[in-house]
Each structure stands twice: as C-alpha cells, then as structure tokens.
Design a protein around this ligand. Structure first.
Ligand code: NAD
Length: 478
C-alpha cells in the first residue's frame, strides 16, 4: 500500500500531498529528484530543512532547475517549516541519531513520516517513536529499499511458496569492500553515538530482510565485534606515514588505497567540500584514526521466535563486495548470492568501466536437482530496489503480495537486533529483545506462514511457477 492510499485526509485523494524533507545530504536526492521528476504528479515538494545553509540552498537550486520552488529552513525551524509549508508528510534523511526527534515531532504535529533506515539507534527511542505513532494516529513508513531489489523479492516469493518447507536455520554473510566499507569510517557513522555502529546503521537492512523473509522477529542475540582493519596499526603496516586528520591535504594521500578525493566528483564537492565552511564537517576523515569507535568485524547468533536460528557476519574491509544468504529448510535449501563488485582497481579505486553486479538464486528441493532461478531485471541503485520502492511509496499501486511496505514496527524490530547485539558485545552475555522492546508490537508477518511443503519423495516442478524459467543444475551452488 502506498502512503497516498493510507492518508486520513479526504482531499488527498484528489490533490497531491505536500512533502518536506529534513536532512539535505546525499540520500535526500533520491526523494527530491523523485518528487521533482518521475513522481512530481504524486506529491508536491514544498520545503527542506538542514542546519547547513549551503546544502539546503543546493537542494532548493536543484528543485528549481526542475521547476519546483521549495522553502529552506534551519534545523531549529523544523516545526515552523511544517506549519508554514503545510507539509502533510515529512521525509527524514538526517544522520541516524537525529531520526527519533524529527519523527516524534512530525507525528505530534499531525504529519505522516517516511524515514530512512535505521528507524533510530537505541531502544528508548524505538519505544518513543512507537508510542508517538500510536498516540497520533498518523503513519510511519521506513524506507527499507533492500526488500524491493528483485533477487530479494524473489527469495521472499520462494520462501512463501513453501518449496523448501519450514525454514530451520539461516546463514547470512555480508561483505563490504574497502571502497564502500571504508566510507563508514570517514563520515559521521564512525562514532557509535551518531550511527549505533554498523550493527545498527548497516545491519538494520539485513536484520529487516531476515525478519521479513521469515515472517518472524528475533528473540535473543549473542554477538561479538571488534575493529580489526580501520585503525592506526593497519596504516602503519601499509607504510602510510605522516597521516593527516583527513584525506584533503594528507601527506600520505598519494600512497593510500583507502582514500577519498573530495574533488573527484562534482556532487561530493558541491555537497560537502563547498559547505565545510558552514559547519566544519569533514566528509573525508582518515579511516585509520584512533578516535573511531565502531567495529568493522561483527558476528551475531540470533534465535527467532518461530524457532529458526541464524548466523550473521558483517565485515567492512573486504577485497570484494557482496553477500550470501542460505536458508535451510525441512524440504530443501535456498541460496541467494550476490557479487556487487568482484574487485577494486589496483589503486584502491573503482574499476573503470564499472563492473556489473551479479546475483544467483538457487533452490534445491530435498532428493532433487538444484535449480537456478531466473531473476527479474532491476534497474538503478541498490540492485534496482530504490526505483521499485519509490513507485510503492509515491505511486498508486495495488496490494503488494510480498508485503514490502515497512512501518515503525518493522523499523524497531530490525534496529533492536543491532541494539541488542551492541549490548551483547558490551556485556559478553546473550541479550533478550523483549527486555528492550517493551510493548512495541510485532510487525505483521507478510506472506507467512509459508505455503504447503512439497511431498518428501515426489517433487512436482509444475507446482512452483517461479521454476518455469529455471535451469536445472548438476551441482549445488555452494
Ligand atoms: N536506504 C539506504 O540505502 C540509504 C543509503 C544512504 C543513506 N541512508 C540513510 O539516509 C540518512 C542520511 O544519510 P546521508 O548519506 O544522506 O548523510 P549525509 O551526511 O550526506 O547527509 C546528512 C544531512 O543531514 C544534515 N544534518 C545533520 N544534522 C542534522 C540535524 N540535527 N537536523 C537536520 N539535518 C541535519 C547534514 O547537514 C546533511 O545535509 C541516514 O539515516 C542513512 O542511514 C540510507
């Protein structure tokens, strides 16, 4: 269901709802460009709020080029923006630690919210958002774009079909390379107070996928984590002497393979380098600094309320980027493996021309051959997920059989896995999510319970439409 369909205001069916954006950084442009371009007919962008005047003015200029006039406001004027622009929906694209205050303020002002992930970074804020949502009667949508990427939606479809029977165990490994992974160690994300660390900031996507795929929520988490790569000792071992606080002006710049050149891209320059003068925020801080306090190597063992157990591994300094998730079921195994980038260039930069992302979904029923499934084509960023999500968010789409629209309950129950993992790393003990969640309701389990399991000894290919274009393999994918 799109937000347009759940509006409580009668006239919204005939007029375009008014949107405002808070946080005018990189991610905000997904929504700004949609509302001033392809989805301009679905909503009217009326305001932008950001403490950095350079970035909010840039947002207004970009909108103006598309013929849309938007008013700019400082962060202290968020409430005034909602009042003066008459915004009915606010899109939250600020650093993670600020999400909760904006979401709650918007709800209390009677405004619906679309928020970027993670919903927030601590348990108290999760409870606060859920309480405010309930009291206000408004809507919260969490932009879990990962659900919409075609291979991951296909996995949901396969699980819903029941072809591998009830799932018993999941193995999920996510690898970020030294291009993408390093970025979290040079930006605001590098301090846990801002992002909750990667177990919250990044892994909320992954924990949400597992919750959604399995139609369940986590019960307990035991985790470990440490910073193994992004620390001064690694830079010393790489011979990077006389390092500066940031890449700009660093004496080791020429030799460093994990650097960022802020002048290399027009958007990096326009968004960040040109606006440092306003707030002193450096987007290119040294990834080997001693003052980073988030882990780059994280592992969690998660027990789910429906009895499933999961192993999760996240690393942020790999030679290649991608992920692999294996579902073990009582009637078979399902594997999704995606290589987002097989390698980096010798200087540590992106290969040119860019390398193609590849995904493989293989299902192997018990006592049968494995089948590699045909994956629908996905266009654009995040494996095609962003584009489909925007269509669902802004466009008038019918019911989604895969239940991909996520609300604050899904946002909370995925963030809580990372929050519990952080608590487990700190204490060394297993952590129960119920203790953190309080009265936060579980999300609706879309598509679960899963379909009828196939008979043990007579696998019937024709019962599963997604196998129509599948290729039978002689050996399993793994
Ligand atoms: N779903 C995805 O795949 C995805 C991808 C990228 C980012 N994100 C999310 O989007 C959000 C923004 O990330 P980004 O990469 O655009 O970061 P960014 O640093 O590029 O932009 C953040 C913006 O927020 C502004 N800001 C800082 N403090 C603020 C405050 N108190 N009030 C209002 N604005 C404030 C900054 O000036 C900046 O313009 C994060 O929550 C991140 O997790 C999601």
């Amino acid at each position: 269901m799109s937000l347009s369909e759940v509006s409580t205001s009668d006239d919204l069916a005939t007029t375009r709802p008014r949107y405002a954006i808070v946080g005018a950084g990189a991610r905000s442009y997904l929504y700004l460009r949609a509302l001033t371009g392809e989805h301009a007919g679905d909503g009217e962008l009326v305001g932008v709020c950001d403490p950095n005047p350079g970035r909010r003015e840039r947002a207004a200029r970009v909108a103006a080029r598309a013929g849309v006039t938007i008013a700019g406001f400082g962060s202290e004027d968020f409430g005034r923006m909602l009042r003066e622009t008459g915004a009915e929906r606010v899109i939250v694209t600020t650093p993670d630690f600020t999400h909760a205050d904006y979401i709650v303020a918007a709800l209390e002002a009677g405004v619906d919210v679309v928020t970027e992930k993670p919903l927030t970074i601590d348990a108290e804020s999760c409870r606060r958002i859920v309480a405010a949502r309930r009291a206000s009667g408004r809507q919260v949508r969490v932009a879990f774009n990962y659900r919409y990427a075609p291979p991951r939606t296909l996995v949901k479809q396969v699980l819903m079909s029941g072809i591998i029977g009830p799932v018993t165990a999941v193995d999920f490994e996510w690898r970020l390379d030294t291009h993408h992974g390093a970025d979290y160690f040079r930006r605001w994300h590098r301090n846990r107070a801002n992002s909750g660390g990667l177990l919250v900031h990044k892994a909320t996507h992954h924990f949400d996928l597992i919750n959604w795929w399995l139609g369940s929520t986590a019960q307990t988490v035991r985790a470990r984590g440490r910073r193994a790569f992004y620390r001064p000792e690694t830079a010393d071992a790489l011979g990077l002497a006389n390092r500066g606080e940031r890449c700009t002006g660093c004496a080791a710049f020429g030799d460093c393979k994990v650097k960022l050149d802020l002048t290399a891209s027009r958007s990096l320059t326009a968004l960040y380098a040109d606006n440092e003068c306003h707030d002193g925020y450096f987007r290119d801080r040294c990834v080997f600094s001693a003052d980073i306090d988030i882990a780059d190597t994280m592992q969690a063992q998660i027990a789910y309320e429906n009895g499933i157990v999961a192993n999760y591994l996240l690393t942020a300094y790999d030679a290649a980027e991608g992920y692999r998730v294996v579902f073990h079921g009582e009637r078979g195994v399902l594997t999704l493996e995606t290589v987002e980038r097989p390698y980096l260039a010798e200087d540590g930069g992106l290969p040119s021309p860019p390398l193609q992302e590849t995904s493989r979904v293989v299902v192997q029923p018990l006592f049968g051959k494995p089948y590699e499934l045909a994956i629908p084509f996905g266009e654009g960023a995040h494996g095609g997920g962003d584009r489909v999500m925007l269509e669902q968010l802004f466009g008038a789409v019918g019911d989604d059989p895969f239940g991909r629209a996520a609300d604050e309950r899904s946002g909370a129950w995925s963030a809580l896995v990372g929050i519990a993992a952080n608590a487990s790393i700190a204490s060394g003990a297993e952590v129960s999510l119920a203790d953190l969640a309080g009265d936060i309701p579980r999300p609706e389990a879309a598509g679960a319970p899963f379909g009828p399991a196939p008979a043990w000894r007579s696998f019937d290919l024709s019962a599963y439409p997604f196998l129509a274009d599948a290729t039978a393999l002689e050996a399993p994918a793994r």
